[in-house]
Design a protein around this ligand. Structure first.
Ligand code: SF4
Ligand code: SF4
Length: 86
């Protein structure tokens, strides 16, 4: 069996993909149930769970400097809380 390693991701060192993004995902915070399903699916690790003021549960928050607009997050969201905009 091959040995593996866990590579720690540091988004600050990642190339910024946001400036060539064609589609932009937007999170409907009312619809988002805070399940975090979208987080591990994002290939750019651009989604964080953040709790806004007065929010009981953390909701998905997208870092647009690193999001490349692939739409995977919108596909995997079980409640369709992410929609893609041009
Ligand atoms: S559109 Fe793609 S890159 Fe952007 S947040 Fe969603 S999964 Fe990540
Ligand atoms: S998958 Fe959908 S409901 Fe779950 S945290 Fe992401 S946006 Fe919210």
């Amino acid at each position: 069996m091959e040995e593996g390693a866990i590579i720690q991701h540091d988004i600050k060192k990642a190339p910024k993909t946001g400036n060539w993004r064609y589609m932009k995902p937007e999170v409907d915070k009312e619809k988002c149930i805070g399940c975090a399903t979208c987080v591990p699916f994002c290939p750019e690790a651009a989604i964080e769970m953040k709790r806004g003021q007065g929010q009981k549960k953390a909701k998905a928050d997208i870092d647009y400097e690193y999001c490349k607009g692939c739409g995977v997050c919108a596909e995997v969201c079980p409640v369709k809380a992410i929609f893609m905009k041009k």
